[in-house]
Design a protein around this ligand. Structure first.
Ligand SMILES: [Mg+2]
Length: 163
C-alpha cells in the first residue's frame, strides 16, 4: 500500500515547488500527459504550461513525457514543449520508467514522476524508486477504463490509506 502514496500532492503542476525538488537532488522530471499537462486527448498544451516548461529548463532541470497513449499521437506534444516524448509506455510496468532513466541519463534518485493517477503514475514511479508527485486531474473527460475502473479503485485506495 505504501507504494500507492505520493511523496507530494499538488493541485496543478505550476504549484510544484521547483526549488524544493532541486534541494532534494532531483534533476529530471518525468511527466504524464493526459489530464496532467493537457486535458484528455488534447495535444496542444496551453501557454502557461509552455512557459512553465521554459522556466524548468532555465533552472537546469531535464524533462520528458511518459504516456500510456499511443506514440504517434503524443509525439505532437514534442513540437510544443521540445522534450522527449515516450508513448505507449504501459505504466505501471517498469519498462517505461527504465526508458525514461536512459533517455534523461539519470539515476532513479534524481528523478521525479509527476501524474494524475495513483495506479499508473504514482505506483509505477514509486516502484521505480522515483520521487512521486500526484496532481489533480485537469479535466473530467477521460478514457472508459480510467473513468470506470481506475478512478473507482483510486477512491477505494484513498479511503483505505487515509481512513
Ligand atoms: Mg493521466
Amino acid at each position: 500500500m505504501s507504494k500507492l502514496r505520493p511523496d507530494m500532492h499538488v493541485k496543478r503542476i505550476a504549484d510544484i515547488d521547483l526549488d524544493y525538488l532541486w534541494q532534494l537532488g532531483i534533476r529530471g522530471l518525468v511527466f504524464d500527459l493526459d489530464n496532467t499537462l493537457t486535458p484528455w486527448r488534447v495535444y496542444q498544451p496551453n501557454l502557461e504550461i509552455v512557459n512553465w516548461f521554459r522556466d524548468l529548463r532555465q533552472r537546469g532541470f531535464a524533462a520528458c513525457i511518459l504516456s500510456n497513449s499511443m506514440h504517434g499521437r503524443v509525439q505532437q506534444v514534442n513540437e510544443w514543449l521540445d522534450i522527449p516524448v515516450l508513448g505507449n509506455s504501459k505504466k505501471p510496468l517498469q519498462s517505461g520508467f527504465c526508458l525514461a532513466k536512459k533517455t534523461l541519463d539519470m539515476e532513479a534518485a534524481q528523478l521525479a514522476m509527476i501524474g494524475d493517477q495513483l495506479l499508473t503514475d504514482i505506483y509505477g514511479g514509486n516502484l521505480a524508486g522515483f520521487y512521486t508527485i500526484l496532481t489533480d486531474q485537469l479535466d473530467d473527460k477521460e478514457g472508459w477504463g480510467t473513468r470506470h475502473i481506475s478512478r473507482r479503485l483510486e477512491k477505494l485506495i484513498r479511503k483505505i490509506c487515509h481512513r
